[in-house]
Design a protein around this ligand. Structure first.
Ligand SMILES: [Fe+2]
Ligand SMILES: [Fe+2]
Length: 186
């Protein structure tokens, strides 16, 4: 195959994984609770946006184009749920407590596993089964979705394309409003 020069959705999602893991590494090495809290809030917001963009645009493509696509999606949904449960706990724990560090380690393991699965299994399959132009178009949709997506984990919300398209942007607005009122992410 010819070398592709236009950034596609796989490049963006892979970069997201790397950046989130880098943030988690910075948290693990920090000894300043305020810095740890700020970095944790940032990584949580980034991973929530990433997961929702995948659920909105990458899952439908996996279902449509990959052999056993439905099974691949179900597996990823489970991993997203586990990650969101960890993030919900991490959001609520004080950064000076030992439990905070435990949760950061747990989230790191879960995210590493998630990234490895996608980067070694689903992403290469998407590149095999979809034309490059479609993956470029999907990148644009994913980038837009990430701007509208919630910044807080909602582990009990359905992990479906339809839910996000109907309810997701509204949930995102509520979160951003709450962020502004409490001066988080300022
Ligand atoms: Fe995923
Ligand atoms: Fe991912």
């Amino acid at each position: 195959m010819a070398q592709q020069t236009t950034t596609d959705v796989i490049d963006v999602l892979t970069t997201d994984h790397r950046e989130a893991l880098d943030l988690l590494d910075r948290i693990a090495r920090s000894t300043n609770p305020t810095e740890k809290r700020d970095l944790a809030d940032t990584v949580i917001a980034e991973v929530v946006r990433h997961a929702i963009a995948e659920e909105m645009y990458v899952y439908p493509a996996m279902r449509d184009h990959l052999p056993k696509g439905d099974e691949e999606v179900e597996h990823d949904v489970e991993e997203h749920k586990e990650l969101e449960e960890t993030m919900k706990q991490l959001e609520a724990v004080d950064a000076s407590e030992a439990r905070f560090d435990d949760l950061v380690r747990k989230m790191t393991e879960q995210l590493r596993h998630h990234a490895h699965d996608e980067e070694s299994e689903q992403f290469p399959k998407l590149r095999t089964h979809l034309p490059h132009e479609e993956l470029v178009e999907m990148r644009e949709k994913v980038e837009t979705a990430k701007k509208l997506a919630p910044t807080r984990p909602h582990p009990n919300a359905p992990h479906t394309e339809l839910f996000h398209k109907l309810v997701g942007p509204g949930v995102g607005l509520v979160d951003r409003l709450r962020d502004r009122l409490t001066h988080r992410n300022d």
